[in-house]
Design a binder for this molecule. Structure first.
Ligand SMILES: Cc1ncc(COP(=O)(O)O)c(C=O)c1O
Length: 445
């Protein structure tokens, strides 16, 4: 296996400029230096094609981050790119409405079971936030029950560790419940009777719903007069063409979608039942780039391609080989207690357990470093795309085999991990946030 410590000279030069003038260095928390072994990993990418990216120093990687998931077809998909370029020649933002708004709404209604109407945003958080606003407007209630990650806005971030600058009243209005713990949702309804406007949740995450969890959530939500909103920004068009609601048969009142709908060109949408969606005739949701045609043109090319090429089936197929392959290798190396690949095949993540000896974040850093050395850009999860072909999965498994071999030697020799990390280990994502994140890192020491 070819290994190479990447030269990151240009990355470091750019970062030196950025550090002085860009607060936190990065526009997206999870793309910043804290999430990659600093001093070893590249910091800036300049180009992508299919499942591969090139950094500013011209190192090439097989990418498992895929822009934090939106690139479901792969970088620079020819059909999406053509649609975008053709649209740019016509214009991107106009002074009146554009037919694309209607075209893409029709595509979403065709795809997503609960969708009878749609409105567009740019970020996922636009869609989750307007969904919460719709529910508050419809029910006349202020409280929110949530489960999962839903974006950067006050109503959600208030209850995380990163809540400076957010008025405290928000903390009192949003209440988290745990996945597969129906009692934790019931408790919220008991504590805030007739006050909860919406239950917003990621319908499927890393673990499978048990004991008809989703069906029970829907029943309890409706029995208590609240709306059910699925945040399908991650699951939509990935777990199935119609998202988790198609796969599970549990259809909510509202749904947020983003990421996969436009293959990385910014676009999000709130979709749902007409009786709720049309409250937007009186509830304000309007901004200059709301009907921007670049994202819409991308979605108009992307959504039919996802259906035509049966992209979710592809993700399940290659993802299944990757998941089973990893877990088999872990077993062969005697490391099943330390590492495992969890989740639905179309969205998996490597979980680390230090067994009281190793810090899980150091394990993650070591694996990241050694995968980068072998040409894989990785931060524990596998954001698969249509461009990840079987040969890429086989290559990935051979890299995992190598790295697991190295790690098993470390375990056998009782070696310390920290001195083997050739830079600053990765830092935690935020704590006290989405439950699913705790599945990736089992803090034992
Ligand atoms: C499930 C879910 N909801 C909401 C968001 C927020 O989307 P955005 O970062 O585009 O605002 C994300 C982003 O990762 C997400 O995964």
């Amino acid at each position: 296996m070819k290994t190479k410590k990447p030269v990151i000279k240009k990355s470091d030069e750019i970062y030196k400029r950025a550090k002085q003038i860009i607060p936190a260095g990065s526009q997206t928390f999870s793309k910043g230096v804290t999430q990659f072994v600093e001093g070893f990993a590249p910091k800036y990418l300049k180009r992508g094609k299919g499942a591969y990216v090139w950094d500013v120093d011209d190192n090439k990687y097989l990418d498992y981050i895929m822009g934090c998931h939106p690139l479901i077809l792969g970088y620079a998909d020819p059909d999406v790119n053509k649609a975008v370029v053709d649209q740019l020649k016509l214009g991107s933002t106009f002074s009146l409405m554009n037919e694309l708004e209607v075209d893409v709404t029709e595509l979403l209604i065709d795809a997503v079971p609960c969708a009878e109407a749609a409105r567009f945003g740019k970020n996922g958080a636009d869609a989750t936030t307007v969904g919460v606003r719709i529910a508050r407007a419809v029910t006349g209630r202020d409280h929110i029950a949530y489960c999962g990650y839903h974006g950067w806005h006050d109503w959600y971030i208030a209850n995380t560790d990163l809540n400076s600058g957010i008025p405290e009243f928000n903390q009192k209005l949003a209440h988290s419940f745990a996945y597969n713990d129906i009692e934790s949702l019931e408790k919220i309804f008991r504590e805030y009777p007739d006050q909860v406007a919406v239950v917003i949740m990621e319908p499927l995450t890393i673990i499978e719903p048990k004991d008809s969890f989703l069906e029970n959530v829907k029943k309890i939500t409706h029995d208590n007069g609240a709306l059910l909103m699925f945040d399908e920004i991650m699951t939509g068009f990935r777990f199935a063409f119609g998202g988790a609601q198609e796969l599970t048969g549990v259809v909510p009142d509202l749904t947020s979608v983003a990421k996969a709908i436009s293959n990385g060109i910014p676009l999000s949408a709130i979709v749902g039942k007409k009786e709720y969606m049309f409250s937007l005739e009186k509830t304000f949701f309007s901004f200059t780039y709301g009907g921007d045609c670049v994202g819409l043109a991308a979605a108009k090319a992307c959504i039919p391609k996802l259906k035509r090429e049966k992209v979710p089936d592809h993700l399940w197929r290659v993802g299944g080989v990757l998941k089973d392959g990893f877990n088999k290798l872990a077993e062969q190396h005697g490391l099943s207690d330390y590492v495992s690949c969890l989740g639905y095949p179309c969205r998996t993540i490597i979980s680390f357990d230090g067994r009281g000896v190793y810090k899980p974040l150091e394990m993650k850093s070591y694996f990241q470093q050694e995968l980068i050395r072998r040409g894989i850009l990785w931060t524990a999860y596998h954001a698969l795309s249509y461009s990840h072909k079987m040969e890429d999965i086989e290559f990935t498994l051979s890299c995992y085999d190598d790295v697991l071999g190295l790690f098993s030697d470390i375990v056998d020799k009782n070696e310390k991990l920290h001195p083997l990390i050739e830079g600053v280990p990765v830092k935690p994502v935020f704590r006290k946030v989405a439950d699913f994140m705790s599945y990736t890192i089992k803090e034992k020491n």
